[in-house]
Design a protein around this ligand. Sequence first.
Ligand code: HEM
Length: 160
Amino acid sequence: MEKFGQPLPEDTPTRVAVARHPLHPMLVPFPIAFLLGGLASDLAWLFTADTFWARTSLWLVGCGALMGVLAGIAGTVELLAVRGIRHRAASWNHFVVAVMLLGVSIVNWLSRLGDAAGTILPYGLFLSSLGALLVGVAGWLGGKLVFEHQVGVGDDDTDD
Ligand code: HEM
């Protein structure tokens, strides 16, 4: 109980980095672009009925889910390893939305494996739209971590 009411730890350095550049922000553009691209190609299939777009969606959603898992692993290690990050509610808000996004994206991809075109209506399109919404919320909350809480921007010269 003594912990409540104490100021948040100031130190929020990155621990998962290449030459002090945090790995998670380097990876997240891939799932963001692939998953939003997946929604765009679902819509292209809807308007053209060309199966090229159904196969494109299958690949985009699959690559988005895979790259999202890789980004999520980097983010989770950072979250658990750094005291100043794991003590912030904002980090856990971002984590919960990101895990929902990964769950939706994996189900979206797996459901398309047998029949890329046949599953787009209605579930594929619904899951791609939900995924795009979750990408927006997860990205927004991730941005808040960096720009408001300075997560991953501080110097790594403190012990946990
Ligand atoms: C699943 C677990 C995840 C965890 C625990 C997590 C954690 C974090 C952390 C700690 C940061 C602060 C920067 C850093 O220290 O690296 C961050 C930033 C961010 N995250 Fe995540 N993340 C997760 C997944 C995702 C996913 C799937 C996406 C997007 C599809 C995402 C999008 C972002 C964005 C856009 C930023 C801001 C990057 C910047 O502007 O520099 N995160 N996340």
